[in-house]
Design a protein around this ligand. Sequence first.
Ligand SMILES: N[C@@H](CCC(=O)N[C@@H](CS)C(=O)NCC(=O)O)C(=O)O
Length: 252
Amino acid sequence: MTEPIVLYDIPRILRDGETEADMSWSPNVYKTSAALNIKGLPFKRVWVDFKDVAGVLSKLGVPPHKTGNLQYTCPTIYDPATKRAIMDSQEILTYLEEQYPEKPSLFPAHTRALQVAFIDNILPRLLMNVAPTLTLDLYGLVIEESRPYFREARARDFGIPIEQVMSHGDARAKNLSAFQSVLEDVLKWMAANGEGAPYVTGDVPSNADLYFAGVLVFIKRIGGKDHDLIKVISTVGNGRMLKYVEDTERLA
Ligand SMILES: N[C@@H](CCC(=O)N[C@@H](CS)C(=O)NCC(=O)O)C(=O)O
């Protein structure tokens, strides 16, 4: 019997009533676990604290990122069938599509260019409004021993301490309203698929869905039910956006 693929993931602290599945919060890891599930490829998760990511992943022999502040990141997978370790959600997806062509694809025919256009449009708009409204919430759920590492690494990424990343008052209201506009745009575009089509790409989920859903599921898992961002999600499209989040959360 083939051994399951190993997926390296970063855990978070659980709140009362949450289960191990809620421990996964990363939008990038979401893309990979959802892709593995959609493709029906069995996998097991290995939890690695923020502070240990570089140490654990470098031992797998995966080459470090050539650009950016971080040399090693999750998701990373190890596939025992080919004895290969691959890092980066998009590199992993390319590998899975090539290695397992008989499995469902995340690129329905003729959608690649439109998927890239969708991702390039929505991702910066989401991140520029989610970072100032959620970063400290994430920090609060980082495993205690990894907090100094997280604080230092994010200050390096943002160029300012994490407290200063957060917006307040009018600035926060603007972030929330801009976040709402992205969701409204996506619902408007999805309406072109016809009534009730569950995904951006219609009846089947795609890489574009996983990018978008990854951020929304991240908000749900980190913010919890009372966060302002979740309240925005709940109001958009009379519950249709919340349903999208709940449906896509089940993919991962
Ligand atoms: N481009 C990468 C980005 C991965 C990434 O940034 N992962 C974060 C978690 S969301 C991480 O591993 N951070 C480790 C750290 O901050 O040291 C991908 O798509 O996989």
